[in-house]
Design a protein. Sequence first.
Length: 287
Amino acid sequence: MRIVSFDLGGTNYKTAFFENNKLIKFDQIKSLSNMPPADTLNYISGQSKIYKADAIGVAVAGAVKNGTILQSPNFIKFDGFSIQKHAEKVTGIRTIAENDANCAAWAAHTIHRKNRLLFITLGTGVGGGIVYDGNLICGGVSAEFGHMTILPSGPRCHCGNRGCLEAVIGKWAIRRELEKMGYDISIKQFFKNSEQDMRLKKLVLRIGNYLGIAIASASNLFSPELVLLGGKISLSFDYFSAATIRSFSHRVFEVLEKTPIASSSIEHAELIGAKLLAEKMLLNIGK
């Protein structure tokens, strides 16, 4: 079975080609999210035909229902666009499209065998995926973890709301705060420098505090057995893990205080999840 999966993010587009469960090829380009959907379809079509795929799995940042992007802060021109239907039309290949964090959550569930799991993606934006009783919670606006309100009068989010988690800990939000403080450094350098710079340290602690509040709120809703963090910012979790866990523990029910919160070790979880969902789609067709 040959499957091509795509992770369409606000910063990069990633592609992986799997044959018989083995990763054969990986590719990455700059995101086309600010371009018309036709550019993205051309990219999907070109990559899929190169590898002669049996199925296509697409992970995309935003609310997705039945393969249609209902709304996406990072893909404004895609709102209401059925990426699943159009990808099938231009490629002639069966396609499934799902929210990127949902894909990552499904990959984590498959690998870790946890029936109740929360996967949080920390990157350009902040996303969430939930597996409950072994089922992926999906279909439209679901598990939009990054758009939980943390600060009611906080900064404006790309979704139009104020004080979303994404608007205070997403990569673009961190860059905004660094610019306000007069720093011209990368996100990676920001975390590293925070060990010596108290101004940066306070921002790091604030990020951890806000993340802990959000995880506690979600955990009180459905008692996850495991909370995993993915995305580029999760690679720096060591810098704000203590603040996150402290904030989480103060707000969650006592019986949930020991819930593991960790940076995911699954490389390209979104791509793997999209591939697994595409496999599941083909198997269901064959029944």
